[in-house]
Design a protein around this ligand. Structure first.
Ligand SMILES: Cc1cc2nc3c(=O)[nH]c(=O)nc-3n(C[C@H](O)[C@H](O)[C@H](O)COP(=O)(O)OP(=O)(O)OC[C@H]3O[C@@H](n4cnc5c(N)ncnc54)[C@H](O)[C@@H]3O)c2cc1C
Length: 425
């Protein structure tokens, strides 16, 4: 195939005659998850035509099933969602506010508190399924967005001027830029030959919703116990989201536990602060694996969302960082085009890579360092845990920096990064 520098996976199926055909659209996005869909909206706003390639069926994307996740959104992420028209599509009953956060360590009575500035909120919580639905409805109403659902990519050939993508047996697309937004285990990233640092924590997170008797207080609680971690996120209507992190070999027992015994266990871990609790619906399990791609771009290719940075959920930043990346990629591509440049050139894409790595790497490292420390139950680590929280509790500027860092991860990461080498990771 003339002009094509590299073919990835199953290259034999390509026919060179296609190279005379015009491009199908400017950008192909693999993965119509929340980030891929948000990116399609952002690129449409900037005037680019986009094809989303997604393996799930359209009917599932249009009505995504509940997956138990409540996504904590920063103010900056909400601004991006609002600008893209997604926030306006959410039902207000689905949006809960986080007023403050409390972090507890083991059985210690002390805690670290984070307060929202002046009667505001630290952030908002929205079910992942509601975000996915809003993003799907908004993307699919855009004139320049096309969806290829139920699709699998058979071949990718990156050429000097375009990328040729083989879908299924005989369909193909020709685009100026391919964006992989197919999640943390991204097959597209692998097909493009981009490696990733993968950290398997050997733990599983179990998420579910619970009804409680006592009135809600809008506070998010994170309890780093010994052996398990429990977070309680405040929801509307007398409900909370519980996030239990446990060694993977013990997760199955927790998933199969009688629903009321499970709810009683959560209520007791919180010293009945919420009164009696009752499980609402299913418990969902996610293995904890963090991923950071070695590169975010290559010639005519870019990574977005979890395909670039798959965060441990303890700092609730995966989707937030994905949205910051959407913003950065939209700006990079618009600047390249407006300056008469090529949106797929490595020169243009390198700007996205540099900015997004700077925005994500410190938070990724700081999160992994915190997880390493707060899941280590050996005596020296217990002391270090108490010391870190005690120090933070006595330093209002540090707490203020953490609150500011919810919107700008570079702020939150700096103080933790200075401590990181002393942590066991
Ligand atoms: C328990 C839990 C709690 C979380 N809480 C928070 C939080 O509070 N705040 C926060 O910001 N983040 C949170 N996150 C992270 C957040 O959910 C993710 O960052 C976000 O879903 C990433 O979106 P994405 O579109 O990049 O990837 P995904 O959501 O993984 O979507 C990828 C899409 O690609 C499709 N796909 C996959 N492979 C292919 C293929 N080969 N071909 C075509 N399509 C493909 C999939 O079907 C899917 O639709 C949490 C995550 C978990 C697990």
């Amino acid at each position: 195939m003339d002009g094509f520098r590299r073919q990835a996976h199953g290259a034999s199926g390509f026919r060179s005659g296609l190279s005379a055909m015009p491009v199908s659209c400017e950008v192909a996005i693999v993965g119509a998850g929340p980030v891929g869909l948000a990116l399609a909206c952002a690129l449409d706003d900037a005037g680019f035509s986009t094809t989303l390639i997604e393996r799930k069926a359209r009917a599932v994307l249009a009505n995504p099933p509940d997956d138990g996740r409540e996504i904590a959104l920063t103010h900056r992420a909400v601004t991006v969602l609002r600008r893209l028209g997604l926030w306006q599509r959410l039902d207000s009953a689905d949006i809960s506010c986080i007023r403050a956060a409390r972090v507890f360590n083991g059985a210690s009575a002390g805690w670290l508190g984070l307060e929202a500035p002046a009667a505001g909120t630290l952030g908002h919580l929205v079910p992942n399924a509601a975000i996915r639905k809003a993003a799907f409805d908004e993307a699919l109403r855009r004139p320049r967005v096309i969806l290829r659902d139920g699709a699998t990519i058979e071949r990718i050939a990156v050429g000097a001027d375009e990328v040729e993508i083989g879908i299924g047996e005989d369909a193909s697309l020709r685009v100026r830029l391919l964006v992989a937004a197919d999640g943390r285990l991204s097959a597209t990233r692998r097909q493009l030959g981009i490696g990733a640092e993968v950290r398997d924590f050997g733990r599983t997170v179990i998420v579910c919703r619970l009804a409680h008797e006592s009135p809600g207080d809008g506070i998010a609680y994170e309890c780093f116990g010994y052996g398990r971690t429990l977070a309680i996120l405040p929801l509307n209507d007398g409900r909370v989201s519980a996030v239990v992190t446990i060694a993977s070999d013990r997760a199955d027992a927790l998933l199969r536990m009688d629903p009321q015994d499970f709810a009683d266990g959560v209520a007791h871990q919180f010293c009945m602060r919420f009164g009696r609790m009752r499980l609402l619906g299913q418990r969902f399990a996610y293995p904890l694996v963090a991923v950071y791609a070695d590169r975010f771009v290559a010639h005519r290719c870019a990574l977005a969302g979890d395909a670039a940075v798959g965060m441990h959920p303890v700092t609730a930043h995966g989707f937030n960082l994905g949205l910051y990346g959407v913003d950065a990629l939209q700006r990079t591509l618009a600047q390249a085009r407006d300056g008469g440049g090529d949106i797929g050139s490595l020169r243009a894409l390198s700007r996205y890579q540099a900015g997004h790595r700077q925005a994500t790497r410190p938070m990724y490292l700081a999160t992994n360092a915190l997880v390493g420390l707060f899941t280590d139950d050996r005596p020296p680590a217990r002391l270090a845990r108490a010391a870190v929280l005690g120090l933070a509790a006595r330093l209002p500027p540090l707490r203020a920096a953490v609150v500011r860092g919810l919107d700008d991860p570079r702020v939150i990461a700096r103080p933790f990064l200075r401590n990181a080498p002393r942590f066991r990771s």
